[in-house]
Design a protein around this ligand. Structure first.
Ligand code: PMP
Length: 348
């Protein structure tokens, strides 16, 4: 080992879902939207000559569009390179206490990675046996809270009142609500940002807006919270948002009809698929997301995962305590799901 390696910041990185190179696969493993972005995005002409310039460091076009959409002020909006960037920036900004931050034992597996990277102490709170968050676990003293709502990978959503209760009891710390999947049936806590200055609601264009490839995420919060985040951002990288993301993100926001239409298709397919798999021995919690968290009464999840892969169908398997007999299945097109259902009927 070289001497310099003694001084390396060692981390165990987050492992994102596979992006297989092979063709003709059914890809249900990373919660992407099966439909393309809005035609307004696809048809927008970009002046690529402008790429010689730095982008707007404040990404005002996009920030203003998001603010308008949510009926908030532009100084209540923070944008980043996907919600992963926004969340990482929020951890860096707000979780700076000697007390431990709290999040569920089963949730987005990036939270503990950021905490480790940034040296933030954390304590996982056990979900109950139906994978529900127990609000009272979040009443104790802590250095901050992060809750995905709907939760991942379970898909279970809690109502705004549930979130408000936690925010109300934790006004000494920042509560981050990760709403990556909220558009597929959850209830947003965005309405709380004018009432409480310590709630940060994080959203993404990756799922409901079919723009994972462009990397756009944002946060809504009180102007004070957003200012603190921008101070950290501008101390780290002024130009996080590139020109195409700023322009195409703003285009997407204009197309409410298309947005609603694709979401409805995903939800309809989800509910149809859920009914069908329940007929063949699967069960799953009610989902308010664009995925289902499924388990079978006789065949193991790992076995289904491996066999599906051999058949060029990719779903997500987490080899982790409590959830190692579950598969997270992204909702694809109706045709994708029919093929997967056929496969399941033959393999369970
Ligand atoms: N939060 C949750 C709960 C997620 O599942 C994901 C997707 N991996 C993200 C945030 C990040 O998504 P993105 O960076 O594409 O916005």
């Amino acid at each position: 080992m070289s001497a310099w390696e003694n001084n390396v910041r060692r981390v165990v990185p987050y492992v994102p879902g596979e992006q297989p190179k092979e063709k003709n696969i059914i890809k249900l493993n990373t919660n992407e939207n099966p439909y393309p972005p809005s035609p307004l995005v696809l048809e927008k002409k970009l002046s690529l000559e402008k790429l010689r310039l730095y982008p707007d460091d404040k990404a005002s076009l996009l920030v203003d569009a998001i603010a308008d959409y949510h009926g908030v002020n532009s100084n209540q909006v923070f944008v980043g390179v996907g919600s992963d960037d926004v969340l990482a920036m929020a951890f860096m900004t707000f979780f700076n206490s000697d007390k431990k931050i709290l999040f569920p034992d089963i949730t987005y597996s990036f939270y503990d990675v950021w905490a480790e990277l940034l040296g933030i102490g954390y304590e996982r709170q056990k979900l109950d046996d139906s994978f529900r968050i127990k609000a009272e676990d979040y009443y104790k003293e802590n250095g901050g809270i992060v809750i995905a709502n709907p939760n991942a990978p379970t898909g279970i959503a809690e109502p705004v009142l549930f979130i408000e209760d936690i925010v109300k009891k934790n006004q000494d710390v920042v509560v981050i609500v990760d709403e990556a999947y909220v558009d597929f049936g959850g209830e947003s806590a965005a309405s709380l940002i004018d009432k409480y200055d310590n709630i940060l609601v994080v959203r993404t264009f990756s799922k409901s807006r079919s723009m994972a490839g462009l990397r756009i995420g944002y946060a809504l919060g009180s102007d004070v919270l957003i200012k603190y985040m921008n101070d950290v951002k501008f101390s780290y990288n002024s130009y996080t948002m590139n020109m195409p993301s700023i322009i195409l993100g703003a285009e997407s926001i204009k197309d409410e009809a298309y947005f609603k239409q694709t979401i409805e298709k995903v939800i309809n397919t989800r509910e149809w698929f859920k009914d069908e798999i329940e007929k063949i021995g699967f069960c799953c919690p009610p989902s308010s997301a664009n995925f289902l968290f499924i388990t079978h009464n006789t065949v193991s999840a790992r076995e289904i995962f491996e066999r599906a892969r051999e058949n060029k169908i990719y779903v997500r398997y987490f080899d982790k305590p409590r959830i190692d007999n579950y598969l997270r299945v992204t909702i694809g097109t109706r045709e994708d799901m029919e093929i997967f259902l056929d496969f399941l009927k033959k393999n369970v």
